[in-house]
Design a protein around this ligand. Structure first.
Ligand code: PRP
Ligand code: GLN
Ligand code: MG
Length: 506
């Protein structure tokens, strides 16, 4: 679930890109990158690490130009090597750089086609490098020395025909402009906005609206599924629908966990949706145990706060901050490797004993995925002296792998995969476990925007909307990307040299 941003400005874009990436950091903590363009040259800085660590003053000084794109990465394909940090670059045609959020489901086939038919070499295992080369090849085929919006949109159309899966993309074409587009189902989010200056209107395309507001831009609208938004370097904007049968089916997990609550995605305020999730969860609690004995509702920071607060309100029970979050530890779920995730839960959260001692506590999380957080947390609540420890999840049981840009490749690593709620309750050591029902979750998001007819809910119901996912595919990505095989293949190889643009001294 990476974060992407692109800006066409009237002055240097480096600081605005940096600011946008810092507020998209929650979408990817592994690597960060910015590429800008000025006087026929790209200027690139990318590496593994958080935004604040990757970009030093000396890098920022080199990132000159009024046009640029940026990326924060949470790997879902290939490895976590710095060679796969984004944006990616290809020199022909024109010189194109690209930032991608999502995951292609036919990257292997495309990679073969690119080599055998299009005579293009892919140098990493990243699906994003494949996507860039498909786009570049389709643009090259049109054979124009000066591409216009028509060629750009034609290339996006061809990408939609060849690529399957989820992709929100921003590409920069040397000297011409930036183009942002979403896959025909709009699984991953992308929006754009404007900032007025004395020199003219500036544009930003980004994964979440929060990136716009943080950099002083005003949200215009979401990019439609299948649509492309092309902004030339002089600030002229063109939009066009590039898919034959676009149909909005956005990822519901953005609203559960990924997105920031202060973002608005596909006209859904994430904050409002999470408040609703708290209400419906409270209703479920009351359905299961009308005469419950919950003394206090305690959120598991950070993401569950909004739902937990509203759940307590609906139940008429006290809401208390029983766990304090270490502000210097990032999100644990998107960390690579189970060992690191497990260790980080204890480093990240610490209980305030007096909120637990002798009480029946209802702990609330936004979701239970691998069970890393809740197993630790239930024990911490008991150690802090709780009488009974109840647990509620604002999302339904996560039972199926994700293939659209969330790194959950293996069903066996999901705590709820083949288990009943009672069995999960026993494993996590709780006295009562309540999950949100999927119909209720869908109602929550649809209450905020009733126009969205379908949601991408595969992690909950195993229904993959792109229609190309079968058991053989799921078995293949499981074998390739489960925790064990990844730690054996040592993807975090620091010595991995980057074959890329050479203007980036450390
Ligand atoms: O069952 P698990 O595999 O542990 O995954 C679910 C947990 O991971 C996430 O928290 P995370 O620490 O990533 O981020 P947050 O601070 O935004 O809640 C999520 O909010 C849950 O707490
Ligand atoms: N989470 C994402 O959007 C990942 C983008 C891309 N598939 C990568 O692994 O780098
Ligand atoms: Mg959490």
């Amino acid at each position: 679930m990476c974060g992407i941003v692109g800006i066409v400005s009237t002055s240097n874009v480096n600081q605005s890109l940096y600011d946008a990436l810092t507020v998209l950091q929650h979408r990817g903590q592994d690597a960060a990158g910015i590429v800008t363009f000025q006087d026929e040259r790209f200027y690139l800085r990318k590496d593994n690490g958080l935004v604040r660590d990757v970009f030093r003053t000396r890098h920022m000084r080199r990132l000159v130009g009024n046009v640029g794109i940026g990326h924060v990465r949470y790997p879902t394909a290939g490895s976590s090597s710095s060679a796969e940090a984004q944006p990616f670059y290809v020199n022909s045609p024109y010189g194109i750089t690209l930032a991608h959020n999502g995951n292609l489901t036919n990257a292997d086939d495309l990679s073969q086609d690119l080599f055998r038919t299009d005579l293009r070499h892919i140098n990493t295992n990243s699906d994003s490098e494949v996507l860039l080369n498909v786009f570049a090849h389709e643009l090259q085929k049109l054979g124009k020395l000066n591409p216009t919006k028509d060629e750009i949109f034609a290339a996006v159309k061809a990408v939609h025909k060849r690529c399957k899966g989820a992709y929100a993309v921003i590409a920069m074409i040397t000297g011409y402009g930036i183009v942002g587009f979403r896959d025909p189902n709009g699984i991953r989010p992308a929006c754009y906005g404007t900032r007025e200056t004395d020199e003219g209107t500036e544009y930003m395309i980004a994964s979440e609206s929060v990136a716009l507001s943080a950099a002083g831009f005003t949200l215009v609208r979401d990019i439609e599924p299948g649509e492309a938004v092309y902004i030339e370097t002089d600030g002229t904007l063109y939009t066009q629908q590039c898919a034959d049968k676009p149909h909005l089916i956005p990822c519901i997990f953005e609203h559960v966990y990924f997105a920031r609550p202060d973002s608005i995605i596909d006209k859904v305020s994430v904050y409002k949706a999470r408040l609703r999730m708290g209400e419906t969860l409270a209703d479920k609690v009351l359905r299961e145990r009308p005469d419950h004995d919950i003394d206090v509702v305690i959120p598991i920071p950070d993401t569950s706060r909004t739902s937990a607060m509203q759940m307590a309100h609906r139940l008429g029970v006290k809401f208390r901050e029983g766990f304090i979050k270490n502000r210097y530890i990032g999100r644990t779920f998107i960390m690579p490797g189970q060992k690191m995730r497990k260790k980080s839960v204890r480093q990240k959260l610490n209980p305030i004993d007096l909120e637990f001692r002798g009480k029946n506590v209802m702990l609330v999380d936004d979701s239970i995925v691998r069970g890393t957080t809740c197993e630790e947390i239930v024990q911490m609540a008991r150690d802090a002296g709780a009488r009974n420890v109840y647990f509620a999840s604002a999302a339904p049981p996560v039972r199926y792998p994700n293939v659209y840009g969330i790194d959950m490749p293996s069903a066996h690593e999901l705590i709820a995969h083949d288990k009943s709620v009672e069995e999960i309750c026993e494993i996590i050591g709780a006295d009562w476990l309540v999950y949100q029902d999927l119909e209720d979750l869908i109602t929550c998001v649809n209450d905020v925007n009733p126009e969205i007819e379908s949601w991408e809910c595969s992690v909950f119901d195993g229904n993959y909307v792109t229609g190309d996912i079968d058991n053989a595919y799921l078995e293949r990505i499981d074998a390739l990307r489960n925790d064990k095989s990844r730690s054996a293949s040592n993807g975090d190889d620091e010595d991995n040299g980057i074959i890329d643009l050479h203007n980036d001294e450390d």
